[in-house]
Write a protein that binds this ligand. Structure first.
Ligand SMILES: C[S@@+](CC[C@H](N)C(=O)[O-])C[C@H]1O[C@@H](n2cnc3c(N)ncnc32)[C@H](O)[C@@H]1O
Length: 401
């Protein structure tokens, strides 16, 4: 069969049969904008409730059902009935998909997969004489498209867009499939210091990379300037990925960037990322909750006041951006009533080759960090869960664990 893409918007499609195959195809035709009439004495559970846009005739097929139709799909589960429907359709010069004998129909639905990009949908369709082989091949291609470096940028002029993409804690292997799709569709990548830098090597050389990395106490590119860069490139008709460390909406100023795009009328998608608040403790073997040890956690910035957090050491406290204010944070927590013997850890550069973990009881944490020369980026974890990580027994002073 010759592979041909067709526009089904407003097209009348007749679906004969009410089983699961029919149900799946009816939903696919509807998604493409077709008007579907279904003829079947009974409908399977997948068609309850009947989707909007479907007219159901609760009976066997009659010839007049084919009047005004442009595409017929037959999947009655009865080979002879399907063959009769296909013959009727062919007599009238209509395309017909015969689900029980694909080779006997005059049309076939390929194994399909879609990758949505802000500049349009990329479709993959595979047909062959063996539907199982088609599906396997389709799965392979679809997986590669979502996960392997492939330039998905449209070559024609398109309207600009921004995607605020969470890049995870720094290891490119922790990027989501959606993040990769958008990165490979972008004309411009605006990247943070803590975002996974290695992914840049997979981009096409003509992708514009803007480094707006910030380090503690040193802000090379102010937030208003970042907002301007995003909006300006998108207004110039470019697709912009703003690749951020962790999750855009966890102490990441993603909300402000989205507001700036919205105010400028630029379409903006936000893609969640793996936040360092949870994944960096994990990298050090510390679960933020653990049955019988901790049922909950708080994530705060080191620049905030800490007195209102629960003080029990069973409640885990995770502090981001907390290195420079560590001594004050510890003093605030202890003043609020948290036990100075509460286990604590600082994980520097989580998920990166030089990750380092420093453990101490809370009251000694600031001194331990100073002695070790702890530097940002680091995540502070305070609570009984710290004892579940492998570094606690090795590092804490004798008699405190
Ligand atoms: C501005 S906040 C951004 C947080 C980010 N939105 C997130 O969800 O992970 C930056 C802070 O995240 C933490 N951080 C991010 N990546 C880290 C990493 N790989 N190792 C340790 N801390 C990290 C540090 O506390 C750093 O100061």
């Amino acid at each position: 069969m010759f592979s041909l893409a067709v526009d089904l918007r407003g097209v009348d499609v007749l679906a004969v049969g009410g089983g699961p195959v029919s149900a799946r195809r009816i939903r696919a035709f509807l998604a493409e904008g077709a008007r579907v009439t279904c003829v079947a004495p009974v409908l399977c559970g997948d068609l309850h409730p009947l989707p909007d846009g479907v007219t159901w005739h609760e009976r066997e097929l009659v010839d007049s059902d084919l009047d005004g139709v442009r595409l017929v799909h037959t999947a009655t589960g009865d080979h002879e009935v399907d063959a009769r429907v296909a013959a009727l359709a062919t007599e009238r010069g209509l395309w017909c998909v015969n689900a029980s004998a694909v080779q006997e129909g005059t049309a076939a639905v390929p194994a399909r997969a879609q990758v949505d990009t802000p500049s349009g949908v990329v479709s993959v369709a595979v047909t062959s004489s063996d539907p199982v082989r088609s599906v396997q091949l389709r799965n392979r291609i679809a997986h590669d498209l979502r996960t392997q470096p492939a330039d998905l940028r449209p070559r024609r002029a398109h309207s600009g867009w921004v995607a605020l993409v969470g890049g995870g804690p720094g290891d490119a292997g922790l990027l989501t499939a959606r993040a990769l799709t958008l990165l490979h569709t972008a004309d411009v990548v605006v990247i943070d210091r803590l975002a996974p830098q290695a992914v840049l090597e997979t981009l096409d050389p003509d992708v514009i990379v803007v480094d707006v990395g910030k380090s503690t106490g040193h802000h090379p590119v102010p937030q208003t300037e970042i907002n301007r860069i995003l909006v300006e490139h998108a207004r110039a008709g470019l697709g912009v990925v703003r690749l951020k460390g962790g999750d855009p909406f966890v102490l990441g100023r993603g909300g402000e960037e989205r507001e700036a795009c919205e105010a400028a009328g630029v379409p903006c998608e936000v893609v969640p990322g793996i936040t360092s608040a949870l994944s960096v403790p994990l990298a050090a073997g510390i679960p933020v909750t653990h049955r019988g040890v901790s049922k909950g956690f708080s994530v705060v910035s080191g620049h905030e006041e800490l007195p209102w957090l629960p003080i029990a050491s069973a409640h885990t406290v995770v502090i981001l951006m907390g290195v420079s204010t560590l001594r004050q944070s510890v003093a605030d927590l202890v003043a609020a009533g948290r036990d100075p013997l509460c286990p604590a850890a600082i994980i520097e550069r989580g998920w990166l080759p030089d990750q380092r973990v420093t453990c101490a009881p809370l009251g000694e944490l600031a001194d331990a960090a100073e002695t070790a020369g702890v530097r940002a980026p680091a995540v502070v974890v305070i609570g009984d869960v710290v004892t579940l990580g492998p570094d606690w027994t090795e590092n804490v002073p004798a008699g405190t664990s």
